[in-house]
Write a protein that binds this ligand. Structure first.
Ligand code: ZN
Ligand code: ZN
Length: 388
């Protein structure tokens, strides 16, 4: 990055902060980001970006920025949605929408990509096309998947995709870049157990669903310890058991629910297969029946080595080698950028936000001090990928 580029992006800082605070005070959740989308569209138009598309998802917007010369097409992505959390911050630009809050920093990611888009639109010294993706519904509802399924990547022949997330309690403006897995998959399961309800004083006349359920829960914990390759990571958490209403009845039904996090599709397959076998086998042991519904929500977020190397090169230019952590252990949370990475090569990096409340905490607030670093990162990615 030339010092002129860095200066021009630094000059956008106040504006980016203003946008970020506006979005922070107007949080909207999955597929309801109407005002947020309108705000982004107005900004993009004011930057001279007029080729805009809103038909890849119910909300969100995609902008097209052509360089001076023809060339390849790459995409930069920001997520725009908030969470159902009551904000506890006492700041001038607090959430004005009761029960909703930008507690994951997507307000900051949006402002960051807007800053990069403004710079790139004014300085089209690259060969090719940049697609800026403002993606809705990252939390829970898989807006990334929806955009992919609606042909976003085919429409523009996108060849690579870049995304970033802020990381509280990691040194300010330091970079975390992984080759390979960076976040886990997110699956959910439900096990419905049916037995024969009976008087609690006559268990021999019934078929006990609670006994079946507790044995299933215990046995599920053997999947990680006995079936998984010990060098892999997998989480199987049972988060709900529902059964029974009173003291003296053995209930006819029980339901177990939980979540699975894995770092590869193979381990997702393993978890699904073993949960089904253990549930039906245990039910058979206790003369009850178990029905398993296993749903895959988000795949693991797996970076591609070539784009990870490009990200490392860019980070080296921006902050220097000593502020980059390469190939740290992945976290077991999940991210729907994973769907984009299944479509085309790309990389999802994290930028340190310094000390503060963690993501999804009611006292969390995006650190404005990483806005320019993020925008510089996106701009330099474009220069690396598409030339100057
Ligand atoms: Zn989040
Ligand atoms: Zn997030």
């Amino acid at each position: 990055m030339t010092s002129t580029t860095a200066k021009s992006i630094a000059a956008l800082k106040d504006e980016m902060i203003e946008w970020r605070h506006h979005i922070h005070s107007h949080p909207e959740t999955a597929f309801e980001e109407k005002q947020t989308t309108q705000f982004i569209i107005e900004k993009l138009k004011s930057f001279g970006i007029t080729e805009l598309y809103t038909d890849f998802a119910p909300t969100g917007v995609v902008g097209v920025i052509h360089g001076k010369n023809k060339g390849r097409t790459i995409a930069l992505r920001a997520d725009i949605d908030a969470l159902d959390i009551v904000e506890e911050n006492k700041i001038g630009y607090c959430s004005k929408i009761p029960g909703k809050m930008h507690a994951c920093g997507h307000d900051g990611h949006t402002a960051t990509l807007l800053g990069a888009a403004k710079y790139l639109s004014a300085n089209r010294n690259f060969s090719g096309t940049v697609i800026v993706i403002f993606q809705p519904a990252e939390e829970n509802e898989g807006g990334g998947r929806v955009m992919v399924e609606n042909g976003l990547f085919e429409k523009f022949s996108i060849e690579a995709v870049y995304g970033m997330h802020n990381q509280p309690n990691f040194a300010l403006n330091h970079f975390l870049i992984n080759h390979g897995p960076v976040m886990a998959s997110y699956d959910v399961f439900e096990i419905k157990i049916t037995g024969v309800g009976s008087h609690a004083a006559a268990p021999h006349l019934g078929r006990d669903t609670i006994l079946t359920a507790t044995n299933i829960v215990n046995s599920l914990q053997t999947i990680v310890s006995r079936n998984l390759n010990p060098t892999d990571s997998l989480v199987i958490s049972v988060t709900q058991i529902h059964s029974g209403d009173t003291w003296n009845v053995l209930p006819q039904h029980a339901v177990i629910r939980g979540t699975v996090r894995a770092l590869s599709a193979e381990d997702q397959d393993l978890a699904e297969e073993r949960i089904k076998h253990i549930s039906t086998g245990t039910a058979l042991t206790f003369c009850t029946k178990a029905e398993v519904n296993y749903q895959r929500r988000y795949p693991a977020t797996i970076n591609h080595a070539k784009q990870a190397d490009i990200a490392i090169k860019v980070a080296q230019k921006l902050v220097g080698n000593d502020k980059i952590v390469i190939d740290s252990p992945p976290t077991m949370g999940s991210e729907d950028f994973a769907f984009m990475l299944q479509k085309v090569p790309g990389v999802y990096i994290k930028i340190g936000a310094g000390d503060g409340a963690n993501l999804h905490n009611p006292s969390y607030n995006f650190n404005d001090e990483i806005l320019t670093t993020g925008a510089e990162y996106f701009v330099e990615i474009v220069h690396q990928e598409l030339g100057n």
